[in-house]
Design a protein around this ligand. Structure first.
Ligand SMILES: Nc1ncnc2c1ncn2[C@@H]1O[C@H](COP(=O)(O)OP(=O)(O)O)[C@@H](O)[C@H]1O
Ligand SMILES: [Mg+2]
Length: 328
């Protein structure tokens, strides 16, 4: 169990994942279980702006308010304890439906912990001391584990950086994905689940999906494996898609393709997409608005155009300048 669990969460055994591993030895990554799924009608591209508006009303958005917390040391003591390390300070931002919200900031600024806290999968040693996360009329921080599990399974999906670590090496891609379908849409017969998986593999632009369905994770390149993870996230029909550095570690040309795919799928399905990245080039091209974080604090939130042309914070200017240097 523990070895598989560690693999599933990208080698970070302290994440509170145990309760999400529905079946030992099966792929865990997107936690595709039963949930209140969006209707299939709402997952197709809007035909008109009126349709788009309806779509946005149907999709739930995410709102993080005053999120504060830190890591307890070996004593387990919270704030005030000698070995408590504060990590998040009053983190506040919105991820509206139909929009791509980028969260940027240097390593260690609290981006991943924020994402994990939204999903209720932060390490056990992380203690939230204040703040709320609103989603579809619920405060996720006040939800029971059962409620949270349902939300993680069907309404908020996350894709991590290392796709292959999240896939089970001894099961075919097809069987892992159809498991997700059958958990998410209970009662789906196997042939129907297979068809849904094949359609989704096509949507994430995996060539020869019928052949790929039977292959194992090691037969997939990093970019193709990441497409599989995106497919897995979409099979849960989420309202919110969180992507934590989804293209880090991929070749630059592949990064651009995967990013284009994510942006296109998020938009056509009206999802609230939360993209965690340190790549300001990606932000400039893809994001509708940007949350700049540093040392666990939100420094500024603005639409993408304003961030690049009228940054209010020196740190934002530094981020932009360093990404331009990298481009040369
Ligand atoms: N399991 C952990 N135990 C203790 N501190 C941690 C743990 N995970 C992350 N941190 C600390 O929390 C802070 C925020 O980390 P993280 O959210 O991973 O940053 P980012 O994703 O922006 O790079 C960092 O200072 C990091 O060292
Ligand atoms: Mg991170």
């Amino acid at each position: 169990m523990s070895e598989q669990l560690d693999r599933n969460v990208g080698g970070q055994p302290d994440r509170r994942m145990g309760e999400q591993v529905e079946e030992q030895g099966r792929a865990r990554p997107m936690v595709g279980m039963a949930g209140q799924s969006a209707s299939s009608a709402s997952t197709s591209a809007p035909a008109s702006s009126a349709a788009a508006a309806t779509l946005e009303r149907q999709r739930a958005a995410l709102s993080v308010r005053g999120l504060t917390g830190g890591f307890t040391g070996s004593s387990g003591a919270g704030p005030g304890g000698a070995d408590y390390t504060p990590v998040l300070h009053d983190v506040t931002f919105d991820a509206p439906a139909g929009r791509l919200t980028a969260v940027v900031g240097e390593t260690g600024s609290g981006k991943s912990i924020t994402a994990m806290t939204i999903l209720g999968i932060a390490p056990r040693t992380f203690q939230r001391t204040a703040g709320s996360i609103f989603f579809d009329g619920l405060d996720l921080t006040a939800c029971t584990e059962t409620q949270l599990r349902r939300i993680r399974g069907g309404r908020i999906s996350i894709v991590f950086q290392d796709a292959r670590a999240a896939l089970n090496p001894v099961l075919t891609i097809g069987s892992q994905l159809s498991d997700v379908v059958r958990r998410h849409r209970r009662g789906t017969p196997r042939p129907a689940a297979r068809q849904i998986v094949l359609d989704t593999l096509r949507q994430v632009q995996i060539p020869e999906p019928v052949r790929r369905y039977q292959q194992y994770p090691h037969e997939f390149s990093g970019g193709m494996a990441q497409r599989v993870m995106i497919a897995m996230a979409l099979l849960c029909e989420p309202d919110v898609l969180i992507l934590d550095e989804p293209t880090t570690g991929l070749d630059v040309t592949i990064q651009a393709d995967v990013m284009e795919l994510i942006v296109g799928l998020g938009r056509s399905r009206g999802l609230s997409t939360l993209l965690i990245t340190h790549d300001m080039g990606v932000v400039a091209e893809c994001a509708d608005h940007v949350v700049v974080m540093r040392h666990g604090q939100v420094l500024e939130v603005a639409d993408t155009e304003a961030i690049f042309h009228r940054p209010r914070h020196d740190y934002t200017r530094t981020l932009i300048a360093s990404s331009r240097l990298e481009d040369r």
